[in-house]
Design a binder for this molecule. Sequence first.
Ligand code: IPE
Ligand code: IPE
Ligand code: MG
Length: 260
Amino acid sequence: MFKSTTLSIPEVGPVPRHIAIIMDGNGRWARNRHLPRVAGHRKGADAVRSTVRGCAERGVEFLTVFAFSSENWRRPAEEVSFLMDLFVTALEQEVAKLHENGIRFRVIGELSRFEPRIQALIREAEALTAANTRLTLTVAANYGGRWDLMQAVERMLATRPELARGFSEHDLGAHLAMNYAPEPDLFIRTGGEQRISNFLLWQLAYTELYFTDTLWPDFDAAALERAIQSYRQRERRFGRTSEQLIDEVAPRLPRLAGKG
Ligand code: IPE
Ligand code: IPE
Ligand code: MG
């Protein structure tokens, strides 16, 4: 499944196959309302639900959301513990619904740092939904792009020590945490910051980037539509020139009546 956009040019359609989102701005959403930060996280969970629905309806195949970064452990202990509880509740209450809707659920990140109970819930959810084909929802939890690259190198060399003398993008890509998905076509970051914050460092090589000031709890169907509309305006050249793209696409366009 792993396909490298630096090695081969992917088919590009009007709907992104894979959307990756940094869901940022929960704390500010709450602060604007004089509420505790955790109220923003709770509301943010609703926005995840509606985004999953929106992506499934549009035929997006992969949705990857950044829920907790390897750096988020630096937050106050109460906030971290609230986020863990929210994750458990979501795993307990949402997975059956995801399954009913044909959604495959995956988690990427360094899971050993989570309580055994959370790890077990994740494994159960992944197993239950493994055969679903409508949309793959990946939650990045205790995820960091650098961690991903390091663990991929480690696992690759553990399985094939001879690769220490040289390896390809393909060899490495096969061990990345999201080796089952194509690279994201569209990256969305809400909350106004314009940075990657150690998300999918390898996979974002040729992804279209979209930043919006909308705070994550306010990210609704209309906001998703705006992001996809912006994606449709992009010319994905993958190193080629505009002229080359036109030459490639023109022969495939339907001929206008009377002009063929
Ligand atoms: C994103 O919202 C959620 C997580 C990182 C878990 P924030 O909590 O970062 O919200 P802001 O950036 O403080 O507004
Ligand atoms: C990035 O958000 C991580 C998640 C959304 C889970 P942060 O709010 O933690 O990012 P920085 O640290 O401000 O860049
Ligand atoms: Mg933030």
